[in-house]
Design a protein around this ligand. Structure first.
Ligand SMILES: Cc1cc2nc3c(=O)[nH]c(=O)nc-3n(C[C@H](O)[C@H](O)[C@H](O)COP(=O)(O)OP(=O)(O)OC[C@H]3O[C@@H](n4cnc5c(N)ncnc54)[C@H](O)[C@@H]3O)c2cc1C
Length: 434
């Protein structure tokens, strides 16, 4: 075998700038083999044609073009990470593998398995912090325990950031630093779909949007938010660059949303059980109705509440939904229909392009009232009032529910009765546990 090389494994960091682990790999003094794996253990990802893989493929293609300019290439594999690395080791003398850290329990387990395998081969597995600004237990309470409440966490986060320079990880690529022959994995390349139709998903980090965010962020009918979530999910932008822009504004409302992202990510890392269980045990006694046909109506956007239906239809056709509408649709499912938040979480996970386990689980539990720092259970959004407040000209609902007529659209449940039923069920649920 030839000289020792290192592997850089792209995961949720699909970019060539300000990338912590890529920067380390490039400074390792050994040639770098860049790879991406469509990991069979990470549902719902596969190289098949769907909104997520089209987005990923477009970015992989962009990255590959940059490598090709330097006589190298991005190698793309599909399968189980350990098997993929076994294949690589047949052809390369690998000194180390570099990757940015993950925080989801299934990915932590996958990385532990890979790390054990690499150790048996005497190969280093170096991981870096890149996805968030503060990770794991970097921001904890004075007694060393993790924060479960956002406000004190965010205060400490803001204090810490005042005294630090946000790092920028230089990733200067050049021919001499890269392995030149592309590695062909058996099955993956033929399945790669490079579509010209892929939505490039423009984001908006302009000063105007950040400065006006407090006033515009709740109105789904206007372009008042950044549309950063897909880019942060796949790392096509570095979170540090977003935070730098957010910090230029005197209004920190937008920055605070980015802090929620760090907050939920550390919650998931500390409390992985929250993916499948109520964060607060006292809500385990709720008897959800879990009516399958009502769930299907919600999924299709046929509840008879225009704001709920518009949101679900936006999600089904684009893979995105505005945050205000995510709250309304999620509240409707858990509170009006009394369907377990896990059903809604799973549906969003399948459909959202920006699906992020930490944020999706955290927000669903927040809406359901079962989360670590959540809306009180007795806060039941009235979807009609929400419509009047946040889409009073019906700009948003008319776009997604063309058949909508203000007085002829019939709700599947009556709000006052559904609210009463919800409060009774939650109260009884709490009694069931105590
Ligand atoms: C039920 C529910 C499920 C959600 N699931 C996801 C998900 O899977 N992935 C995801 O990225 N966001 C999720 N969110 C949070 C939020 O709705 C989206 O981040 C936001 O709508 C994306 O649009 P934007 O980039 O224009 O956001 P902006 O309003 O411009 O916010 C900027 C960034 O701040 C972060 N952010 C904003 N709101 C939140 C929040 N409530 N919690 C944590 N971080 C936030 C996101 O990274 C976002 O891109 C969920 C919210 C709810 C209520």
């Amino acid at each position: 075998m030839n000289d020792e090389i290192v592997v850089f494994w792209f995961r949720r960091d699909l970019r060539l700038e300000d990338n912590a682990a890529l920067s380390e790999a490039l400074r390792s003094g050994r040639k770098v083999l860049p790879i991406y794996i469509f990991d069979e253990n990470v549902p719902p990802f596969s190289s098949e044609n769907n909104v997520k893989t089209l987005f990923i493929n477009a970015q992989l293609q962009k990255i590959n073009l940059e490598f090709e300019k330097l006589g190298a290439a991005l190698s793309v594999a599909e399968g189980n990470a350990v098997d993929v690395f076994k294949e690589i080791l047949k052809y390369y003398n690998v000194y180390a593998v570099y990757a940015n850290r993950e925080y989801e329990p299934n990915l932590i387990k996958r990385d532990q398995e890979l790390s054990s395998f690499l150790t048996t081969q005497k190969i280093l597995f170096n991981t870096s912090k890149d996805q968030v600004l503060f990770e794991r237990d970097e921001i904890v309470k004075s007694d060393g325990l993790p924060y479960k409440i956002y406000t004190p966490y965010s205060k400490k986060w803001l204090e810490r950031i005042q005294n630090m320079d946000l790092p920028f990880f230089e990733c200067t690529l050049n021919t001499a630093k890269l392995v030149h022959n592309k590695f062909y994995f058996s099955s993956s390349e033929s399945k790669m779909v490079f579509s010209s139709k892929v939505n490039k998903w423009p984001y908006d980090l302009s000063k105007k949007t950040i400065d006006n965010y407090t006033d515009t962020r709740n109105f789904p009918g206007i372009d008042g938010t950044s549309k950063l979530s897909n880019h942060l999910r796949y790392g096509t932008l570095s979170v540090r660059s977003c935070i730098r822009e957010a910090m230029k504004s005197s209004d920190i409302t937008f920055l605070k949303e980015l802090i929620w992202r760090d907050f939920f990510t550390q919650v998931l890392w500390h409390f992985p059980f929250s993916v499948t269980q109520n964060f607060k045990e006292k809500y385990n006694g709720i008897v959800w109705r879990n009516n399958q046909s009502e769930f299907e109506k919600w999924c299709k956007g046929e509840t008879g509440y225009p704001m709920v239906d518009a949101g679900m239809r936006e999600l089904n056709s684009t893979g995105f939904m505005h945050n205000r509408v995510r709250m309304i649709t999620a509240s409707f499912l858990c509170k009006h229909l009394l369907i377990d938040w896990k059903w809604g979480e799973a549906y969003f996970a399948e459909k959202l392009l920006d699906y992020d386990m930490a944020l999706n689980v955290g927000n669903w539990q927040w809406v359901a009232g079962t989360g670590c720092d959540s809306a009180p259970y007795f806060r039941v959004f009235n979807p009609s009032e929400q419509l009047k407040k946040f889409d009073k000209d019906f700009t948003y609902v008319k776009k997604w529910v063309p058949e909508f007529q203000e007085f002829t659209y019939t709700p599947m449940v009556e709000h006052t009765q559904a609210r009463k039923r919800c409060l009774e069920t939650f109260k009884q649920g709490l009694l069931n546990v105590t």
